[in-house]
Design a protein around this ligand. Structure first.
Ligand SMILES: [Zn+2]
Length: 292
């Protein structure tokens, strides 16, 4: 059994919930579980480097036996070792193969070369996709509500607004039906011209403006898709979230799964909280997606 030399072909960006493929590598882990690598999968893994969207739930069926996938993580190999969830390089780094590691409790009967069918829990996937789509919309709506707080020119988002989201984000967690994003407003953001001292007094106004923008976008029923760079299918290949919003197309680099259209949402809203830490202010944005 040799280590994989190419990326797992991933079909979840197209919305797939099932896939067929072959087992290419099996690696027992120290905790008793086993990582199973397939040549092709519909199963979305968590990427520990930027763990925004958690893993799908579901099963792998080999030889008529269904194995529950208890977790799925990005694995990486340079041909010497398979790093399971602890790659020393960023996903997509040249010279490495990036693979979906499906973790099972007991891999008895799973051998390289065997045919494998993947099945993903549709309810969890749909809820995570709704949460992830709402998260990207919310980040754009937040950027749209903040320009009055910038006193200098900074990098802009796909709609030409100062990209507060990209400049300040420290973590993003996709939940079933929502997301939680944390932004750090410290010395460097203030130096870039963000009027942090004015934010507390304007928080309600910013929240209301972002929620109005979200409502307008969702009412438009915009189409959403994932664009694969060069059409390439590998886990480590770059992909972009593509939204046809009323005032133009917006794209955001993204490795997750999404709704196909905003008609799948009845609404979405954000809630903002500010907290003080040493030398910085932390802004937390909680986004809720309401399925139609
Ligand atoms: Zn994303």
């Amino acid at each position: 059994m040799s280590l994989p030399s190419t990326d797992t072909a991933v079909t979840y960006p197209d919305g797939d919930l099932t896939s067929t493929g072959a087992v290419v590598f099996v690696q027992p882990l120290d905790d008793g579980r086993t990582a199973v690598v397939l040549d092709r999968t519909a199963f979305h893994p968590v990427d520990p480097v930027w763990p925004d969207q958690p893993a799908d739930a579901g099963t792998i069926t080999v030889d008529g036996r269904a194995y529950e996938v208890v977790d799925a993580v990005v694995g990486a190999t340079d041909g010497t070792t398979l790093h399971v969830g602890d790659a020393p390089v960023r996903t997509g780094t040249e010279g490495w193969a990036f693979v979906v590691c499906h973790l099972v409790q007991d891999a008895t009967g799973i051998e390289p070369g065997a045919a494998a069918a993947v099945s993903v829990d549709p309810a969890r996937r749909h809820a995570l996709s709704a949460g992830h789509t709402a998260c990207h919309l919310a980040s754009l709506a937040l950027n749209d509500a903040l320009p009055g707080l910038w006193t200098k020119e900074v990098a802009v988002d796909g709609r030409g607004r100062p990209n507060f989201d990209q400049l300040a984000i420290t973590s993003s967690r996709i939940l079933e039906g929502g997301s939680v994003d944390e932004y750090r407003i410290g010395k460097s953001l203030r130096k870039k011209g963000f009027a942090a001292a004015d934010l507390p007094a304007r928080l309600d106004e910013v929240t209301a403006a972002a929620n109005r923008t979200l409502a307008d976008w969702i009412a438009s029923g915009a189409a959403i898709s994932i664009v694969r760079e060069g059409g390439r299918p590998g886990l480590g290949d770059r992909r972009r979230w593509h939204a046809e919003l009323p005032d133009g197309v917006v794209e955001i680099p993204c490795g997750g799964t999404h709704l196909r259209s905003l008609t799948e949402l009845a609404g979405a809203d954000i809630h903002l909280d500010l907290a003080e830490t040493e030398g910085a202010v932390v802004l937390t944005m909680r986004t809720t997606a309401h399925l139609a």
